[in-house]
Ligand binder design. Structure first.
Ligand code: CP
Length: 306
């Protein structure tokens, strides 16, 4: 039985296979419409979500399966003090696969160790968000046609941004990748990721606080919001929240084929005026997330569609 807790639980070959299945789903949706008939996905979300929970649920419905959903911590027995381990054992009696989001780093891993069905990490605190990375990778593939030889700028809250951590981990397995880390001093990428991921894979990277100075170099700009829910102090959040606001004039120095990604939700960090720019890919990411989650559900449930 396989789980997806960290993006590195999938090999590069398996990522390519998931992308190929997602592309086939896009081209031939009817072929997959009954693939998970009789199967149930439990979405256990102990933190707010729009895209991840609904795209998982849409994915399972489009595969012909059903969904059981916990959409907030308060609506489950977690509010009475039930442990993640007991929750996982319980849900294993009702469903065939779990997608779990939790504010505590490591909670989906604990769930997977106590579950008799596959567990997918749908975001754990400020740690990882591997299925957002699947959405990001399909978007990069469709926009650029490659993962090698790309200069990727990550801008905003690189400390708490779990989507950033997972995507850097995924990209570090390709060649010719250059990473540009753009953040305020207080929101820099954690040292353990610089050492264990970038350093360990000899990935070229630099850090700056100045987005405009690096804009001309970038093939991909991955914007992120400042993660209010991870701050201990509201004053610090208010001081840092508008550190970077991407506006059309700031794109004057960007490459004509830049791809602008954002995991969403957006707060203030990309002006709405950019949405009509052909370089804006963030709503494509939203849709790509559904297709990659469909491919992932099929893989973890070991369903082969001919
Ligand atoms: N990108 C993402 O995780 O969005 P949600 O928080 O809406 O699920």
């Amino acid at each position: 039985m396989r789980n997806l807790i960290d993006i590195k639980d999938l090999s590069v070959k398996e990522l390519e296979e998931l992308i190929a299945v997602a592309e086939d789903i896009i081209a031939n949706p009817a072929k997959y419409a009954e693939a998970c008939r009789g199967k149930k996905l439990a979405t256990l979300f102990f933190e707010p979500s729009t895209r991840t929970r609904l795209s998982f649920e849409a994915a399972m419905y489009e595969l012909g399966g059903n969904v059981l959903s916990v959409s907030s911590a308060n609506s489950s027995s977690a509010a009475k003090g039930e442990s993640v381990a007991d929750t996982a054992k319980t849900v294993s009696c009702y469903a065939d696969i779990i997608a779990m989001r939790h504010p505590k780093e490591g909670a989906p891993l604990v769930a997977s160790m106590n579950s008799s069905i596959p567990v997918i990490n749908a975001g754990d605190g400020g740690h990882n968000h591997p299925t957002q990375t699947l959405a990001d990778l399909l978007t990069i593939w469709r926009e650029k046609g490659r993962f090698d030889d790309l200069t990727v700028g990550f801008c905003g809250d690189l400390k708490f941004g779990r989507t950033v951590h997972s995507l850097i981990s995924a990209l570090s397995r390709y060649t010719g990748i250059k990473i540009v880390l753009i953040s305020p001093e207080e929101l820099k990428l954690p040292s353990y990721i610089k050492k264990d991921v970038l350093g360990a894979n000899s990935i070229e990277y630099k850090q700056t606080t100045d987005l405009l100075s690096v804009m001309p170099e970038l093939d991909i700009l991955y914007m992120t919001r400042v993660q209010r829910e991870r701050f201990f102090n509201e004053e610090d959040y208010l001081r840092l929240k508008d550190s970077y606001i991407l506006t059309p004039d700031k794109l004057k120095m960007a490459k004509p084929d830049l791809s602008i990604l954002h995991p969403l939700p957006r707060v203030n960090e990309i002006a709405v005026a950019i949405d009509d720019d052909p370089r804006a890919c963030y709503f494509k990411q939203v849709l790509n997330g559904k297709y990659m989650r469909m491919a992932l559900i099929l893989k973890l449930l070991e369903v082969n569609v001919k």
